[in-house]
Design a protein around this ligand. Structure first.
Ligand SMILES: Nc1nc2c(c(=O)[nH]1)N[C@H]1C(S)=C(S)[C@@H](COP(=O)(O)O)O[C@H]1N2
Ligand SMILES: [Mo]
Length: 238
């Protein structure tokens, strides 16, 4: 079997259940060994953005990591690099981010598995404002986002990144973002499923074209609009 949903399995249509199942098979053994209780509402699961079955239903956020744990960095050591097709490559400290215009937004947060947290207050800097500070070159079409967990990546088109609901977040519920939620800086891609909201974000590289992210190369939609992507039905993709 292959985890590539684009690869036809000898003429058989590849349905979403098949795709999710394949993704799941690769991680179930790991995930079951690593579901740690984190209080009433949080569950640690190193698993697919799908796979609700291995995650106990509970209110609130489920905590995801694709590595062995959570990376931690001293706030003073944190840097966000903005590189690639920009006029002015930037290396932003938390103090630098604090000097950019601050934006607050309260948005529902929804994982592609179906769990959802309503009305989460975030604040930080609009992704657009970070990009404007660096100056996006005309031939840049996409963003490649990296995490200092060393494994997770994400992508957005420049057009998506310029929306007014894409936030480089530094606070959540009025407090600095906790380590498990991506401290000190995570993306909040509010109109999209949670897997676009990369935690522990340390890099924004402007590229010509979209470079599919961690879950996208494992079968999830690149354009992850809530309600319009990957869905939860088992209809064939093709
Ligand atoms: N670095 C990193 N970012 C990540 C993930 C991850 O495993 N690693 N999981 C994604 C998924 S699938 C979701 S639903 C959200 C969950 O955010 P939370 O862990 O703060 O609840 O984080 C997203 N960002
Ligand atoms: Mo997710």
């Amino acid at each position: 079997m292959t985890a590539d949903p684009e690869a036809p399995a000898r003429g058989t249509p590849v349905g979403r259940r098949v795709v999710l199942g394949v993704v799941g098979l690769g991680v179930v053994g790991v995930a079951t060994g690593r579901v740690l209780s984190q209080g009433v509402s949080d569950v640690v699961a190193s698993t697919a953005p799908g796979l609700a079955s291995v995650i106990p239903a509970a209110g609130g956020f489920r905590i995801y990591t694709v590595t062995d744990g959570y990376p931690e960095i001293a706030p003073a050591d944190y840097r966000l690099a903005v590189s690639g097709l920009v006029e002015r490559p930037l290396t932003l400290s938390l103090a630098d981010l604090a000097e950019l215009p601050q934006t607050q937004m309260t948005k529902d947060f929804q994982c592609v598995t179906g769990w959802r947290v309503d009305d989460v207050p975030w604040s930080g800097v609009l992704l657009r404002d970070v990009l404007d500070a660096a100056g996006v070159e005309p031939d840049a079409g996409a963003l490649r986002l990296t995490s200092f967990d060393g494994a997770y990546t994400e992508s957005l088109t420049v057009e998506q990144a310029m929306r007014d609901d894409m936030l480089v977040a530094t606070t959540m519920y009025g407090a600095p973002i906790e380590v498990k939620h991506g401290a000190p800086v995570r993306l909040v891609a509010a109109p999209m499923y949670g897997y676009k909201s990369i935690k522990w974000m340390d890099g924004i590289e402007l590229t010509r074209e979209v470079v599919p992210g961690y879950w996208e190369v494992r079968g999830y939609d690149i354009d992850a609009w809530v309600g319009q992507s990957n869905g939860r039905s088992d209809e064939p993709v093709v």
